[in-house]
Design a protein around this ligand. Structure first.
Ligand SMILES: Cc1ncc(COP(=O)(O)O)c(C=O)c1O
Length: 375
């Protein structure tokens, strides 16, 4: 048996999306904030992030320096780089929270430019909210909350901008959301309306094949091994969501609370099944009330490569962080923790479409593979 790394769409959602594809995107089920926020929908989270930078530059009339955690997927920064946003990487701690002390000690960078701070809620665990508010208020930095890994952001008190990437956590072909506070709403760029149907068609084919293989209990990882995710094509900033992709976002919105609850339950179940003496430690030994896990992140004592390969060979789609920005890799003395975590951290899926059989297989395989060393 092979465990699917991503959720496949439900037949009912596909039908609803097909029927409702002439309807506009409905923002209501996605908006859970105390203040009033404008929402724009893009094809990907990275395009939503780039749009927040664009809005900030338009609102201030200045160039922008954006502080980004050193532990960040390099591919997702491409649209920001194309806009000429100055990226300034900041160090993170062992728990992936910003290293506030070192950030506070660092000298100002390009004070003539507008300043923004990207706070990433890695793997669906909101982190550093209060500290970030104080920090940004004291320095007049604009906070952008990156909740790309969170299926649901209910209860979160973000800064003026927040992004989400439903395409990462739900069975939808596209979707990157940008929420902006009233102050910045007039400066938000309009998303492109030209969706790429080929992209949606290829997503649909892959997910439907996956669905059939799962129901036939085929072990497809033996024929097509899991591969490390690598960017193959540059992100096309000119493409938007096509009507079917928007229809899918509308169709799955009602199931957000259920998906979040399932992810939490799967996370806890796998966490509890880890052997007490293990060669890995969970990055989050507890599940906070505001978390909506993207995956179960585990940290190895050394390079996690062999362990990930072993798990993949058993049909468990354990995943490594894809890459780090070149600026970070070129200055290891400044970012030892980010580089170290990229080597040692891996993810086990907890998505809402995992079946009882998938969970059992993962529990047993993890137990076999991880017991041994002192955690
Ligand atoms: C933390 C984080 N933010 C944003 C993004 C970009 O999201 P998308 O892949 O939808 O462009 C990623 C993607 O890897 C990410 O890991």
């Amino acid at each position: 048996m092979t465990v699917p790394s991503l959720p496949a769409p439900r037949a009912g959602d596909l039908l609803r999306a097909l029927k409702g594809r002439a309807r506009p995107f409905d923002p209501r089920p996605w908006s859970h904030f105390k203040d009033e926020r404008s929402l724009r929908v893009f094809r990907r989270g990275s395009l939503a992030l780039a749009a927040s930078a664009q809005a900030l530059r338009a609102a201030t009339g200045r160039a922008l320096t954006l502080r980004v955690p050193a532990y960040f997927c390099s591919e997702a920064l491409q649209p920001l780089r194309e806009q000429g946003v100055r990226l300034h990487f900041y160090p993170i701690g062992e728990d992936l929270e910003p290293d506030w002390e070192r950030i506070a000690e660092a000298p100002d960078v390009h004070p003539e430019e507008a300043q923004a701070f990207l706070l990433v809620h890695f793997f669906g665990f909101p982190r550093g909210l209060e500290r970030a508010s104080e920090f940004c208020a004291e320095r007049s930095w604009v906070r952008i909350d990156d909740a790309a890994h969170l299926a649901q952001v209910e209860g979160l008190r973000p800064g003026p901008f927040l992004i989400q990437s439903p395409r990462k956590v739900l069975a939808v072909p596209a979707g990157g959301l940008l929420f902006a506070s009233a102050e910045y709403a007039p400066f938000l760029p309009d998303p492109r309306q030209t969706g790429v149907m080929e992209h949606t068609a290829s997503w649909l084919t892959r997910r439907l094949v996956q669905k059939s293989l799962v129901s036939l209990r085929v072990s497809w990882h033996r024929v097509r091994p899991f591969r490390a995710r690598r960017a193959t094509k540059p992100i096309d900033a000119s493409a938007g969501c096509d009507p079917f992709a928007l229809g899918m976002l509308n169709a799955v919105a009602a199931s957000l609370p259920k998906a979040a609850a399932k992810r939490r339950a799967n996370f806890l179940r796998l966490l509890e099944s880890l052997p007490s003496r293990s060669v890995v430690r969970p990055l989050h030994p507890q599940l906070s009330l505001d978390a909506c896990p993207f995956a179960l992140p585990l940290v190895c004592e050394g390079d996690c490569g062999p362990l990930v390969e072993g798990l993949n060979g058993e049909g468990v789609p354990a995943l490594r962080w894809p890459d780090l920005p070149p600026e970070v890799l070129e200055t290891p003395e400044r970012f030892p923790t980010a580089i170290d975590l990229a080597k040692r951290l891996f993810l086990i899926p907890v998505h809402q479409e995992l079946s009882e059989r998938h969970l059992l297989l993962m529990e047993q395989t993890l137990h076999r593979a991880l017991q041994g060393g002192a955690a």
